[in-house]
Design a binder for this molecule. Structure first.
Ligand code: PGA
Length: 256
């Protein structure tokens, strides 16, 4: 059976206390789930990482960071080092989320440097890619996805496929004003992503890269999105920030 991945990024929400309470509840609700069948990962704010590290480790929940600098150390005010993340138990790092690209001006070249740095430091990169509404209208979606993948993975070794995860998150589908993509649309784009990964890493290795869908996933659409061919999981924002709701979504997919 293929492993399924369920994750959430809490963005700039939840204090340390709120993150702890959330993770304790999520742990209790999901402790019977076989982590080899379904992986759970949570990506909280930087300030919460150190205190929730032990909770996640005990619960078998993978802990992620929302961003990272591209050097181990140096004069980079405001950035965080992979060594600092590893020190507090972080295993995964989210790179290139749409909000970082489009609100904070992160370029493909920056995402590439961060990704190579994550690999060097044995952190699992969760690479987020996705086209804007305008690019979709101009029928550029496929090219955008291929370019973002090629650029982010430039000079990555063949081994990168074994730790990489890709989240396909169309920019127009994310957040309050977003609308989830249809299953057919996601199926088409995921096939494009898989094809590009095959060109970069070879067909066999490309199949080992989990591809997740994100963007307005909720309890009404999770099952159909999780069943899109070649999708390995869901990356959820708002609908996962309540532990009961997240648990309900996970179970609905696992039982479908
Ligand atoms: P959303 O966020 O589920 O709230 O749309 C998804 C994301 O930004 O990853």
């Amino acid at each position: 059976m293929r492993k399924l991945y369920f994750g959430t990024n809490t963005k700039m929400f939840k204090t340390i206390a709120q993150t702890e309470a959330y993770l304790m509840q999520l742990t209790a609700l999901t402790e019977d789930l076989d982590r080899d069948v379904s992986e759970l990962f949570v990506i909280p704010s930087f300030t919460a990482l150190a205190s929730v590290g032990p909770i996640c480790r005990k619960a078998g929940i993978v802990l992620g960071a929302q961003n990272m600098g591209w050097e181990d150390e140096g004069p980079f005010t405001g950035e965080i080092s992979p060594l600092m993340l590893r020190e507090v138990g972080v295993q995964l790092v989210e790179l290139g989320h749409s909000e970082r690209r489009h609100i904070l001006g992160e370029s493909d070249a920056m995402v590439n440097r961060k990704l190579l740095c994550a690999l060097r430091n044995r952190l699992l990169p969760l690479l987020c890619i996705g086209e804007t509404q305008e690019q979709k209208q101009m029928r550029l979606s496929e090219q955008v996805l291929r370019t973002q993948l090629k650029a982010a993975l430039y000079q990555a070794s063949g081994d990168a496929a074994s730790s990489l995860r890709v989240a396909y998150e169309p920019v127009w589908a994310i957040g309050e004003s977003g609308q989830a993509a249809s299953s057919d649309y996601v199926a088409h784009m995921v096939a494009v992503i898989r094809d590009e990964l095959a060109q970069l890493f070879g067909a066999e290795a490309s199949l080992t890269v989990p591809i997740l869908y994100g963007g307005s996933v909720n309890s009404a659409n999770a099952v159909s999105l999780a069943h899109v061919p070649q999708i390995d999981g869901l990356f959820i924002g708002r609908s996962a920030w309540d532990a009961e709701n997240f648990n309900a979504i996970i179970r609905s997919v696992l039982m479908s």
